[in-house]
Write a protein that binds this ligand. Structure first.
Ligand SMILES: Nc1ncnc2c1ncn2[C@@H]1O[C@H](COP(=O)(O)OP(=O)(O)O)[C@@H](O)[C@H]1O
Ligand SMILES: [Mg+2]
Length: 258
């Protein structure tokens, strides 16, 4: 029997129509692609280095401009004008490989930084309101780091820093989370913790997430949907249990990566 929430899972949140990316040095990083992303789904972009994962993610918040085609958001329309790009970025939580925290600032200050975009420049020069600080602490608590809130980020482990990165992303109250190789520099235990934290928050809050990974085993564990990329082309798109040897060969070439 269908779960009551099931129809919502099918709502398209974001679509790419004929999007192609050719960099100025003529590298075709993304071949023309049509894709839709649904609400509430955790999608993993899987592929070897150079496959086009970062390019695809960057097109989704216009850090890279498509050479052709359009990105369309359900509620805002085409991702093109400065105003729409700004609105979209404000509500998109980004998690990066190098967590991009400010090392000498505390975990709490780093999380609060994500809120500053919501204030005028002048207002942002003063301490943010108390309810913002409480919200930032709640976000740190959700990634299990409340007790580290006042520690400098450079005193935290790599995995803890990446969880601060997640707290910072969710502090924006995002409608979408984009994560580019969020565990590339972490050991296996920290990687699993970071990805399971990210997945469970997205599932609890109904936030769609698009996460690039090069590790097959994590894609299998944490994705609802896997999009396999090879040399700028989408060569697989389906649930983890359909990712068979044939699909892996298309993604990684003759010798699938473990
Ligand atoms: N700014 C850029 N200028 C030129 N070529 C680039 C640039 N960024 C990436 N590329 C190239 O585009 C291709 C896809 O890169 P990328 O999207 O970073 O792949 P991935 O994230 O899967 O490793 C690669 O061949 C890469 O060398
Ligand atoms: Mg990349």
């Amino acid at each position: 029997m269908l779960d009551k929430t099931a129809p919502e899972t099918d709502e398209v949140f974001l679509a790419l129509a004929g999007v192609e990316v050719v960099y100025s040095n003529k590298t075709v990083a993304l071949k023309p692609v049509d894709l839709t992303f649904s609400n509430k789904e955790v999608t993993v972009l899987l592929g070897p280095s150079g496959a086009g994962k970062s390019t695809l993610l960057r097109v989704l918040n216009r850090l890279v401009l498509p050479s052709r085609g359009t990105v369309i958001l359900r509620d805002l329309g085409e991702l093109k004008s400065r105003k729409i790009v700004r609105q979209h970025r404000l509500r998109t939580g980004m998690v990066f490989q190098q967590h991009q925290l400010i090392a000498r600032m505390t975990a709490l200050q780093n999380v609060l930084l994500s809120r500053i975009g919501n204030y005028s420049f002048l207002r942002s020069l003063f301490p943010l309101p108390k309810d913002e600080r409480i919200w930032a602490l709640e976000c740190l608590s959700r990634v299990d780091l409340l007790e580290k809130a006042l520690e400098r980020c450079d005193a935290l482990s790599g995995g803890q820093q990446q969880r601060v990165g997640i707290a910072r992303a969710i502090a924006q109250r995002p409608d979408l989370i984009l994560a580019d190789e969020p565990v590339a520099s972490l050991d296996p235990a920290s990687s699993e913790r970071v990805l399971s934290t990210l997945r469970s928050i997205c599932k609890q809050d109904g936030i769609p997430a698009i996460i690039s990974l090069h590790q097959l085993e994590y894609a299998r564990l944490f994705a609802d949907r896997i999009i396999g990329l090879s040399q700028g082309a989408i060569v697989f798109d389906g649930p983890p249990d359909q990712l068979d040897e044939t699909a892996l060969e298309k993604i990684y070439g003759a010798r699938p990566q473990a």
